[in-house]
Write a protein that binds this ligand. Structure first.
Ligand code: DOR
Length: 442
């Protein structure tokens, strides 16, 4: 099967060109305006932008065990709608993905249910280093250095030293310091005010833990990716990357602040907490200066009923996969960044951080994971339209300019303007860790 996407603005690694993109089977066969190849199908891309499919390197899809919130079928449909063609999922499911057996079980499940490509992290515990050493077929090791949803936590220094010393997979972590959080919680005292969430999980909690994680990475010469950077101060630390450190930011930390608790309450209760608006400029500047390389969602759905419990019974997390690209296209339209930067942060950089084979770029021979977007299309996010099983969005009611229209997963169109091809399944992402990560592939 050959498809031509004709005369779209094709966003390449360093420039955008008007060209035809030829898809042959599962791969990008050519990028050429003058290609006279006979094709089976032709799509007019005039006026639209063609991007590599988004790679979301931090999602929580809740299967197995928490499927009243989300599952791999509902989440991957939401991804297809949002232009995400590959997701890397976190281990805090039930059971947690803390063994090779559990990892393989998730991969098997995804092969039957996921409309887009997938990969799964293996979670660290204080005593599963044998599993972490044995694991392959994974982007890397996730450590909760600081507890969040679920019971995964590694806080003892000796256990962290062992993981960083004895394993070779790249490590990524949730960094919020338990000791600081506990002290803050005692200081704040009993509370039902969700705004206190950001006083308990404050800037200091994030900074102290991130410094601790970087110290481990430097001393053990171990690749480390900082998840969901929430403070400007952490971006001062990521400047000293030593070819080991990369970092991620999430739309909610870039766009929401503690001012939004009044309007949105527990809907914006997240870990790491949303921070005072004074952090926004530093986070955006770090993206522009390449001190943060990746934008991902930390899609963490909970039902509205769960979220509507009074704080602190309300769980932390919000859904985002079906809106993250649109939110960033809207930022392009606002002049905050360029479309090429969005492609770097959401496609190319995550592919390189995690050594993904054949992904993240529109280049001959790469997988035909693609998304066609209309940069000018206005649309309003509505809870009623959300495909995530939890059925709500913290951006409900927001009108954005810029919308994904069509999504291809390995050459097959899985989504087109509200319609899905439910027969399509994504494939297991391949990780070639010998590539050495982001800094080794500049
Ligand atoms: O707010 C959060 N929720 N942060 C995390 O790190 C985990 C997530 C979840 O799984 O609900």
């Amino acid at each position: 099967m050959k498809t031509r996407i004709r005369r779209a603005n094709v966003v390449l690694a360093n420039e955008t060109v008007v060209a035809d993109v030829i898809i042959e089977g599962q791969t990008i066969a050519d990028i050429d305006s003058a290609a006279q190849i006979a094709v089976d199908e032709e799509i007019d891309g005039t006026g639209y932008h063609l991007l590599p499919g988004v790679i979301d390197d931090q999602v929580h899809f809740r299967e197995p065990g928490l499927t009243h919130k989300e599952d791999l079928a509902t989440a991957s449909r939401a991804c297809a709608k949002g232009g995400i063609t590959t997701f890397l999922e976190m281990p805090n499911t039930k059971p947690a993905t803390i063994s090779v057996e559990a990892l393989h079980a998730k991969l098997q499940l995804a092969s039957t249910k996921s409309l887009v490509n997938y990969g799964f992290y293996i979670g660290a515990t204080p005593d599963n280093v044998g599993e972490l050493k044995a694991a392959t077929r994974t982007p890397g090791i996730k450590i909760f250095i600081g507890s969040s949803t679920g019971s995964l936590l590694v806080d003892e220094q000796q256990a962290l030293e062992t993981i960083f010393a004895e394993t070779t997979l790249p490590i990524t972590a949730h960094c919020e310091d338990e000791t600081t959080i506990t002290a803050n919680r005692e200081r704040v005292g009993p509370t039902n005010n969700v705004a206190d969430h950001s006083r308990i999980r404050d800037e200091q909690a994030a900074i102290v833990c991130t410094r601790r994680a970087f110290d481990l990475a430097y001393r053990h010469n171990h690749r480390f990716h900082l998840l969901h950077t929430s403070t400007a101060a952490e971006t001062e630390l990521t400047a000293d990357h030593r070819n080991l450190i990369t970092a991620e930011a999430c739309p909610h930390h870039l766009l929401f602040s503690t001012d939004d608790y009044e309007r949105l309450g527990t809907l914006v209760q997240m870990n790491p907490s949303i921070k005072p608006a004074s952090n926004h400029e530093g986070l955006w500047q770090a993206l522009h200066d390449n001190r943060i390389q990746v934008i991902a969602t930390d899609h963490a759905p909970h039902t509205l009923e769960e979220k509507q419990q009074p704080y602190p019974a309300s769980p932390s997390g919000l859904p985002a996969v079906e809106n993250s690209l649109a939110l960033m296209l809207n930022e392009v339209n606002k002049g905050r960044c360029t479309i090429e930067q969005v492609v770097h942060w959401m496609c190319d950089a995550p592919a390189r951080v995690w050594d993904l084979v054949g992904k993240g770029r529109i280049e001959r021979g790469y997988d035909a994971d693609l998304v066609l977007v209309d940069l000018n299309r206005e649309h309003t996010i509505r809870n009623a339209d959300q495909l995530t099983k939890c059925g709500w969005s913290p951006w409900d009611g927001e009108t954005l300019r810029g919308l994904p229209l069509r999504t291809w997963v390995r050459g097959k169109q899985v989504y087109c303007e509200g319609k899905f091809d439910e027969s399509i399944r994504g494939t297991e992402a391949e990780f070639d860790h010998a590539r050495g990560g982001y800094w080794a592939t500049r």
